[in-house]
Design a protein around this ligand. Structure first.
Ligand code: FAD
Length: 394
């Protein structure tokens, strides 16, 4: 690699505080020592040592790090974003592990839960002693979760949940699941509600989804709820309707805005290194104009994605961030990251298809990142709805 990085070109350093840089460095160091040496093997084996990693990531303060109290670190949104960036520079599966725990499961309880629910779960989850998952998607309802078929019916004081949740990260290893379900009017509740479900409750099963070609260093499952009986206080009291789950998705999407930059940066750095040493037609690949064109274009997009992430971080830290602003970042940064990963793959030639280098792993992972937390098409629709005032979802 040459002397100048993309961060240098864009003056990224000058946009970050010392605290922000320190957090990024801590996560990057942990990634280099503890994660990078193993991640290709985890990916190849289609597994993740979730329990061990949870305790270590908890000790680093990465779970629910932007939440206050209950053992959470209480950082700024930008600091959290930078931690996501460095985690995803190693692997999107690792960033997903952190996002699902902190931004989906913990955030749901922190934002919408009762004091008892918070006390019961958040300190253990922050420390990595307990793992959470977030069950919204169903086999027939992904982009349109409001159509969900999972039902919660009232039986005396209890709630009884039945249905299926699909593609749920961490479900097979989780201790607690935040499950979203339609409640019947007879239950004295309204529409979609969230439930805090200990995974050892009778009738709850989570089986692993195998044969994934993307996000392999991440455990994904299908949850079956077969008349899962829960006490009345299992419901998240404050979340009514889709604003409950959507608020959580907005948090996780924010982490992805930064995370995608990390994956793209790792690809660009790998391609720069490779092109500098690989000789073709008697000179380094990096000296050819076609390669330089690719590298320059990727540097431009990577730097722009960085700037967008930091700008959205500043907006979020300054107060409320609108969902369509997060959509801008998720749409652009994941779309550019996957384009960068594919372009870097070409620079590595045949070596680009092996797990000896991180590029094909990132490219494959980003296929999932493009789809989950709202597909690109959903984010286009959200942005355009904000611009035109017209809803084109159906
Ligand atoms: P569909 O909704 O069937 O969409 C298929 C295609 O149709 C997409 O291209 C979509 O953009 C397009 N489309 C849909 N509607 C429209 C429209 N109105 N206009 C134009 N195009 C449209 N979910 C959870 O709840 N919890 C998790 O932890 C979780 N983890 C995941 C982990 C992985 C690895 C993956 C792959 C998914 C995960 N998901 C999770 C599910 C994810 O959120 C959904 O896959 C996603 O929302 C898309 O839903 P779908 O797969 O059903 O696709």
């Amino acid at each position: 690699m040459g002397a100048t990085t993309v961060e240098d070109l864009f003056g990224i350093d000058r946009l970050l505080t010392d605290d922000e840089k320190a957090i990024a460095r801590t996560v990057a160091d942990f990634g280099a020592k503890r994660l990078r040496p193993h991640v290709a093997d985890w990916f190849e084996a289609g597994t993740l040592p979730a329990r061990d990693l949870a305790v270590e990531l908890g000790a680093l303060g990465l779970f629910g790090m932007h939440l206050d109290g209950y053992g959470c670190a209480g950082t700024t949104a930008t600091q959290y974003g930078l931690a996501c960036l460095e985690a995803e520079a190693v692997d999107s599966g690792l960033r997903s592990f952190i996002s699902v725990q902190g931004s989906l499961a913990m955030f749901a309880i922190h934002r919408w839960g009762s004091e008892e629910q918070k006390q019961r779960w958040l300190p253990d989850m922050a420390a990595g002693r307990a793992l959470g998952c977030f069950g919204l998607t169903e086999p027939d309802f992904g982009s349109n979760p409001a159509g969900m078929r999972t039902r919660a019916r009232r039986d005396g004081d209890d709630w009884v949940l039945s249905g299926t949740k699909m593609w749920i990260t961490n479900a097979p290893v989780a201790d607690v699941a935040v499950v979203w379900a339609q409640t019947d009017a007879a239950g004295g509740s309204r529409g979609i509600r969230g439930f805090v479900v200990p995974t050892d409750t009778a009738g709850f099963t989570a089986s692993e989804i195998r044969h994934k070609m993307s996000l392999r260093a991440s455990i994904t499952g299908e949850i079956v709820l077969d008349d899962v009986r829960l006490p009345a206080d299992a419901m998240l009291p404050e979340a009514e309707g889709m604003r409950g789950p959507l608020s959580c998705l907005n948090e996780a999407r924010f982490g992805i805005v930064f995370g995608a930059v990390g994956a793209a940066r790792d690809c660009v750095n790998t391609a720069l290194d490779y092109a500098g040493t690989r000789e073709v037609f008697d000179k380094p690949l990096s000296g050819f104009q076609l390669t330089q064109g690719k590298l320059a274009d990727m540097a431009v997009e990577l730097g722009k994605a960085y700037l967008l992430a930091i700008q959205l971080g500043r907006i979020k830290d300054g107060g409320a961030i609108a969902p369509e602003q997060v959509s801008l970042g998720k749409l652009n940064n994941v779309r550019e990251a996957i384009a960068i990963a594919r372009e870097c793959r070409t620079i590595l030639g045949a070596n680009g298809i092996t797990l000896e280098y991180p590029v094909i792993r990132h490219a494959n992972n980003l296929e999932s990142v493009l789809t989950y937390e709202g597909t690109s098409e959903m984010h286009q629709l959200m942005i355009a709805k904000a611009l035109t005032g017209q809803d084109a979802f159906r």
